[in-house]
Write a protein that binds this ligand. Structure first.
Ligand SMILES: CC(=O)N[C@H]1[C@@H](OP(=O)(O)OP(=O)(O)OC[C@H]2O[C@@H](n3ccc(=O)[nH]c3=O)[C@H](O)[C@@H]2O)O[C@H](CO)[C@@H](O)[C@@H]1O
Length: 376
């Protein structure tokens, strides 16, 4: 009898890596309900609670990222890496996967490296338009590399690349909540325009500061805001908002669990330019002002943003200019229906509608082939 399909999915650190991983897992389960899926993440990181919440088991590695500023600290990082590789080997030996998927982030390094060394086929999913270090290192041994942007042959062998787009959580597309219901669910008024402020899965300092400094402008703008601050900024923001007094046009939260409602409510989005968020804006046709984070490796968010801006599919404000320009731009844009319409039409053209399913099929091909070759 044929063995059940067993797949390892590894990576994480931020929502940008975790949510695509969960979408791929969901698509594999939908296509092959008997499949067994095990996640491998980094101890103490977001995936260790987000993945079980999505219904999948996860094992943690003691892995940490290299410190690009303080080289001395990297001695303990190297020790943790060696320990993680040892642990990854143990996990792989016990679980005996037929394929391993890496979505970027710390844990995927040791897991996919060991899987490759043990002869297990590996597939990488690169979310950004500028490849991450981990994926670049793992690419040599990878069988397939699923990407979301053109031109990725700068980083990876052309023959391995498959242009699939980034998987987006299934619930974001299949919801039925109306704009009105959604706005009410945030305690706001459906008759007024709504701007959704997103700082990526962790929150964005610059965007939060623009908002905190602009509370009086917000009060008189005639516009409403749903403001996701990120966990580490929420106390500071709450204190600033409390000091400013009643602001009924503002809904503040550290993290939005119901993103389907947030998108449905939003006439305009202000956001960092994380690849996962961008894929969602494309699929949901959201007009957006992108403020790329200047604090990410190789400035990859600016590259993500420009891929849209060059096609008139998004507006763009540099982090350094945000303080001066962001709020005014948002208040002006959201009251400009033609501009919103044209941004929405142009961003929709960049959407990949079936990414998770396409990737799931690629994973299955690799795994099934390996399973057949290794049948006793
Ligand atoms: C600081 C950092 O390193 N950011 C990187 C990280 O971004 P980050 O983790 O911020 O990820 P993305 O912007 O790609 O995705 C954020 C995800 O979080 C969800 N979300 C966000 C806010 C919220 O309140 N609720 C919620 O569910 C969004 O719907 C989206 O699915 O991974 C991305 C994908 O590799 C990279 O492009 C980013 O540069």
């Amino acid at each position: 009898m044929e063995e059940n399909l067993r797949i390892i999915i590894s990576g994480g650190g931020t929502g940008g890596h975790i949510f695509p991983a969960v979408s791929i897992a969901n698509a594999i389960k939908e296509q092959h309900p008997e499949a067994e899926i095990l996640f491998v993440g980094a101890e103490g990181r977001m995936e260790m609670h987000r993945v079980p919440a999505a219904g999948y088991p996860i094992k943690g590695l003691p892995v940490a990222g290299f410190d690009r500023k303080n080289l001395l600290k990297n001695i303990s990082v190297l020790y943790k890496l060696a320990k993680s590789q040892w642990k990854a080997r143990k996990i792989i030996k016990e679980f005996r996967p037929h394929a391993a998927v890496g979505v970027g982030g710390y844990a995927s390094g040791p897991t996919l490296k060991v899987a490759g060394m043990m002869g297990i086929p590996t597939l990488l999913q690169e979310q950004n338009s500028y490849a991450g270090v981990t994926n670049k290192l793992l690419a040599k041994k990878a069988c397939k590399i699923c990407v979301a942007y053109d031109g990725m042959e700068r980083f990876f062998e052309k023959d391995k690349i498959i242009l699939t787009g980034n998987p987006v959580r299934q619930g974001l597309l299949n919801h039925t909540i109306s704009r009105e219901e959604a706005i009410r669910s945030f305690g706001l008024n459906p008759e007024k325009k709504v701007v959704l402020i997103l700082g990526g899965s962790l929150g964005a300092r610059t965007i939060n500061h623009c908002m905190m400094e602009g509370l009086e402008k917000i009060r008189t703008s005639g516009v409403q805001f749903i403001w996701q601050t990120g966990k580490i900024y929420i106390d500071e923001v709450r204190a600033a908002v409390a000091k400013a007094g009643e602001l009924p046009m503002l809904h503040v939260t550290d993290f939005i669990s119901d993103m389907a409602s947030a998108y449905s409510a939003a006439d305009l989005v202000i956001s960092r330019a994380g690849a996962g968020s961008i894929s969602e804006f494309c699929l949901l046709q959201k007009p957006v002002i992108l403020v790329p984070s200047p604090n990410v490796a190789e400035d990859h968010q600016t590259k993500n943003a420009l891929a849209l801006v060059n096609k008139n599919a998004a507006l763009y404000i540099k982090d350094a200019a945000a303080k001066e320009a962001l709020l005014d731009k948002a208040i002006e844009t959201v009251q400009h229906p033609e501009l919103l319409k044209s941004l929405s039409t142009n961003i929709a053209k960049l959407a990949f509608t079936d990414s998770a399913n396409v990737i799931a099929r690629e994973v299955y091909e690799l795994a099934d082939d390996y399973r057949k070759r290794n049948e006793c």
